[in-house]
Design a protein around this ligand. Sequence first.
Ligand SMILES: Nc1c(NC[C@H](O)[C@H](O)[C@H](O)CO)[nH]c(=O)[nH]c1=O
Ligand SMILES: CC(=O)[C@@H](O)COP(=O)(O)O
Length: 168
Amino acid sequence: MASELKNLSVFDTSELPDVGHRRFAILVSEWNSDVTEALYQGAYDTLIQYGVKPDHIVRGNVPGSYELSLASLWFAQRDDIDAVIALGCVIQGETKHNDYINNAVAQGLTNVSLKTSKPVIFGVLTPNDQQQALDRAGGKHGNKGDEAAITAIKMLGLQKQVYSFQFK
Ligand SMILES: Nc1c(NC[C@H](O)[C@H](O)[C@H](O)CO)[nH]c(=O)[nH]c1=O
Ligand SMILES: CC(=O)[C@@H](O)COP(=O)(O)O
């Protein structure tokens, strides 16, 4: 569903799990830092709002979104990390470079989540221009960081359900 039709900061919070004991890594790309810092603040604030302890959140900075995959693997392989939130903003340039980055990051983060069996959330904006980015980093379409954080929480809830479910 396009962001035009669904605000990134509006979501169902009726069945969120207790995450008071859960630990999160938030990775932030340094490219387009005006946007990615807003994404980070949204993700951090959302985690705190829904019960995560401040000292259970670790931040890591990467040079660009392409590096999010490897950094996510490093954190996800730690026993004391339950979920990873990867934040970036890849703005379309003059060449196809953004396509290669976006495809690499999307596949890379997916691979990390499947390799580690942990939520690794794709919080990377892939806008055509700066305004589209700002609209999705606390602007009229909400904040992708909010969405990424609540997605991590919901996936941990599903993970707990899956591993605790018993047929009668
Ligand atoms: N143009 C953008 C980049 N480019 C840098 C790459 O992500 C990577 O760091 C470089 O290719 C070296 O491996 N990164 C972004 O996050 N956003 C961009 O718009
Ligand atoms: C994807 C980017 O914005 C950056 O790598 C520059 O892209 P381009 O050289 O295509 O303008």
